[in-house]
Design a protein around this ligand. Structure first.
Ligand code: TYD
Length: 150
């Protein structure tokens, strides 16, 4: 974990297990860099779905939800953005500003994505098919459940 890339000090966020920055293996040669994410190595889940986002205006706030079961790895494959993470007790801001970095996100954390640099492309590798019933869209409901599980 690179402390230089994270704001918010060493606060642990994630009651199931902490969210954390994962430094991905980078294979560098004169042709450029290649980074790898492999189930069972950098992540502890099988990737059931991938999606990516681009064209975010810098002032956009995305996310605004939590997940009941889903795990994910978020990568800024180009550009940068911040992820505000909240487990109902602690909050922390992670900075994704290099394609070698992934943010591993555990279940039962609320997240907001902010401060998108122009041209940013974000990639999400996730553990579950799309299922709206896995989402918390209401912060108060999330907070009530997150705190009752502690
Ligand atoms: P949304 O959850 O609002 O994205 P964000 O995480 O940035 O807040 O998703 C935007 C729209 O895309 C919403 O209508 C749901 C839809 N969507 C899918 O259809 N499939 C998916 O895998 C995802 C992640 C979203």
């Amino acid at each position: 974990m690179g402390s230089s890339v994270n704001g918010g000090g060493d606060v642990m966020v994630g009651r199931v297990e902490p969210c954390r920055i994962v430094e991905l293996p980078e294979i560098v040669d004169p042709r450029g860099s290649l980074c790898v994410v492999e189930s069972g190595k950098e992540i502890d889940f099988d990737v059931k779905r991938a999606y990516y986002m681009f064209g975010m205006p810098p002032e956009t706030r995305r996310g605004g939800h939590g997940h009941r079961r889903l795990r994910q790895l978020i990568i800024a494959v180009h550009g940068s953005f911040k992820v505000d993470v909240d487990d109902g007790f602690n909050r922390r801001t992670f900075v994704l500003d290099h394609p070698r970095l992934g943010l591993y996100m555990t279940p039962m954390v609320w997240r907001d994505m902010v401060d998108f640099a122009p041209g940013t492309v974000g990639l999400w590798l996730v553990s579950e098919p799309y299922d709206e019933t896995d989402y918390y869209r209401d912060y108060d409901e999330f907070l009530r459940d997150a705190r009752s599980m502690a």
